[in-house]
Ligand binder design. Sequence first.
Ligand code: ADE
Length: 241
Amino acid sequence: MSAMLEEMESLLEALENPTAQETGNRTYYTGILWGQEVVLVFSRWGKVASTTTAAHLILEHKVDRILFSGVAGAIDPSLRIGDIVIGTQLYQHDMDARPLYPQFEIPLVHRSYFETDDSLRYQLLQAATHFVQSDPLSETTKKEFRITSPTVKEGAIASGDRFISDTEDATTLKRLLPNVLCVEMEGAAVAQVCADYNTPFALIRTISDTADDTADIDFMTFVKEVATVYTKGIIYKYLSN
Ligand code: ADE
């Protein structure tokens, strides 16, 4: 699953024997990708869109695991644009059923985050680490986005139906959820679906911005020149291993 059309399209180029199924405003592409049977889909943005897409993958396509790739805004000061975060604990930062439940707690589930699958996460970590070490970006792209030596980190990610582009909002979120490294709009929703259906899940995000008032700058260029290159390279390494 990908939250960006461009990332999904970059994988689609390599898909062998593709067949497309259109339903519920999504197109699910089935085929063989670097030796493995896969379904590729652009989830669209936000928790609802990604939830329905994940449920369809599990119930109709009977997938045995889900990998989600996309971009994220950093709220941890150690992260730079072009770094990669592999999600561990996934929070819904807009979940707030107070006073019935503590802020962030998912009602009736007795928890405020879902975890990704250990084994999938480890494999993605290996693939991403090898990939960034191969120095895959052109000098022009690195210069354009001031990327020097990208790192791969594992850590908590928060999702919500809000593009965060305000320093105060980012600071508040970091204060409330100190272990969260970055924010995006789908991961924790897909994680909840996967938990409900016992489906292993992993999440990989490339840092595209710092969730402040510079967050919209060159966003689409970044997705085309960096995120799609990363996704394709990392998924290739993951699947071919
Ligand atoms: N995805 C990429 N950057 C983001 C941000 N700043 N807020 C939410 N989702 C994002």
